[in-house]
Design a protein around this ligand. Structure first.
Ligand code: HEM
Length: 447
């Protein structure tokens, strides 16, 4: 296979810093330009080499061999420092046991229960909306998805003030992580700046509350049908469960993985719809026929096919998890290039999803490409918003359900209009969200 795949080196490295200045100017543009230099492209992060995997076949190879291409690299090393050893960040040697223990919480039969929480959160968020109001779309979609994450984790009788504190602490932790990711020197994280102090306080608060909740749940011994009850009940073959520290790490993982991803996807969907009236009209036809102005529920999902295609196409154009990294656990060869053990690999679903070789007119928003009977993309391996292999997103069905219910329910009653002269740019941080997105609400009259 490697005979036809090419290796190259990215031009433009500067002494000492390598490609860091180019990445700092625009990481998306930098990454998007790399496939022109090969299927596997060497870049330099300061003095260190890293390898950007650009071809879907190679990305697939990296995703499925999760022992050789283990979780690691700058993003995961930092995330692990902060978020511990949760399912997203843990190394291969800890992964299988954790995945087995956590998997039942994401079984299909739990989805209808989670979907009820999602529909309830749509009502909670939209209750205060009024015609003509200008929304900070990213903040509102974030409030929605954080509400879903909180209530699907803790459906029991938990003090709302504690839940609010957990939400706030998680947001602060992830703002801190995003900042730390761009600062390459670990010692800077230890300086007691206001930002670092806020971050450490938030981490302590979260730890305190989750350990308290774990103790309360264990004492009560009731299955609330939520993720927390499932995590506590999980047992491996030797009847061992997850420790309190492991559960704490999973809570932080679900909070961030759940809320920081669905909200950018929904925000982008509103932005794209506002600029593509034909797609918007089709969405309105569907939600008017299926929902007639009411909130969507789990049983409606099979009928919301246009909505689902809009979500899929949004995930293609703006995959929230736009950059992934790995570290080789042994010496290997990729695209004919020898990679020593410990090599850092980087790949981007964003770059892959915009590849003209796999998507005709790749920058065009066209939910129709996902209609039944069409073959999109040209290679199945070229669509990876949820990753792949054993480390594939455990919450993919959860996320699709959440996004579909929210988009359909909100569109059944509201349009979001763009503001004149508002320039919307992607902000590629931990997740790929719009930099800022304000839109005006218009109440729709149902059929
Ligand atoms: C649109 C929404 C979402 C997107 C785009 C997304 C994307 C991803 C991707 C790309 C990965 C693989 C990371 C890698 O290979 O390094 C991943 C893993 C994961 N995601 Fe998601 N995710 C979403 C929603 C969720 C939700 C709602 C949850 C939980 C409630 C979740 C929990 C996880 C977990 C636990 C993993 C680690 C799985 C493992 O390694 O076994 N995600 N996600």
């Amino acid at each position: 296979m490697s005979a036809t795949l090419t290796f190259g080196a990215a031009p433009g490295a500067v002494p000492l810093l390598g490609h860091i200045p180019a990445i700092g100017r625009s990481s998306l543009d930098f990454m998007a330009a790399l496939p022109a230099h090969g299927d596997l492209v060497r870049i330099r992060l300061g003095p260190w080499p890293a390898y950007v995997v650009c071809h879907p076949t190679l990305i697939h190879q990296v995703l499925v061999d999760d022992r050789l291409f283990d979780k690691g690299g700058p993003t995961y090393d930092k995330l692990r420092e902060v978020g511990g050893n949760g399912l997203v960040t843990c190394e291969h040697r800890y992964h299988r046991r954790q995945r087995r223990l956590v998997q039942p919480a994401f079984h299909r039969n739990r989805l209808p229960g989670y979907a009820e929480v999602m529909s309830g959160q749509v009502d909670a968020v939209t209750r205060s909306w009024s015609d003509g109001q200008v929304l900070d779309v990213v903040a509102v979609m974030n409030a929605f998805s954080t509400g879903v994450a909180t209530r699907t984790l803790f459906a029991g009788d938990v003090d709302p003030a504690v839940l609010a504190e957990i939400q706030q602490a998680t947001t602060e932790i992830f703002t801190g992580v995003a900042r730390r990711l761009i600062v390459p020197f670990a010692w800077l994280d230890r300086i007691p700046t206001p930002g670092n102090r806020r971050f450490l306080r938030a981490r302590r608060r979260l730890e305190h509350h989750t350990h308290q909740l774990i103790a309360d749940y264990r004492r009560a011994g009731v299955d609330h049908g939520d993720l927390m009850s499932m995590l506590l009940a999980a047992r491996d073959d030797d009847a061992h469960g997850l420790t309190d520290d492991e559960i704490h790490d999973q809570v932080l993982t679900f909070f961030s993985a759940g809320s920081e991803t669905v909200s950018p996807a929904l925000s982008w969907a509103w932005h794209l719809l506002a600029h593509h009236p034909e797609a918007e009209a089709r969405l309105h036809d569907e939600v008017d026929a299926v929902l007639a102005g009411r909130t969507a529920h789990y049983d409606d999902i099979p009928k919301l096919r246009t909505t689902a295609r809009i979500i899929t196409e949004t995930l293609r154009l703006y995959p929230p998890v736009w950059l992934l990294t790995r570290r080789t656990s042994a010496e290997t060869e990729l695209a004919g290039q020898r990679l020593p053990s410990g090599s850092v690999l980087v790949f981007s679903p964003y770059v892959l999803h915009h590849h003209p070789g796999f998507y005709p007119d790749p920058d065009r928003f066209d939910p129709g490409r996902w209609e039944d009977g069409t073959v999109c993309p040209r290679s199945e391996q070229a669509f990876t918003p949820f990753g792949g292999g054993a480390r594939k997103c455990i919450g993919d069905e959860f996320a699709k359900t959440e996004a579909t219910l929210a988009l359909a329910s909100m569109a059944a009653r509201w349009r979001l209009e763009p503001l004149p002269r508002e320039r919307v740019r992607p902000a590629p941080r931990l997740a790929l969200a719009p930099h800022a997105l304000r839109m005006r609400l218009r109440r729709r009259c149902g059929p």
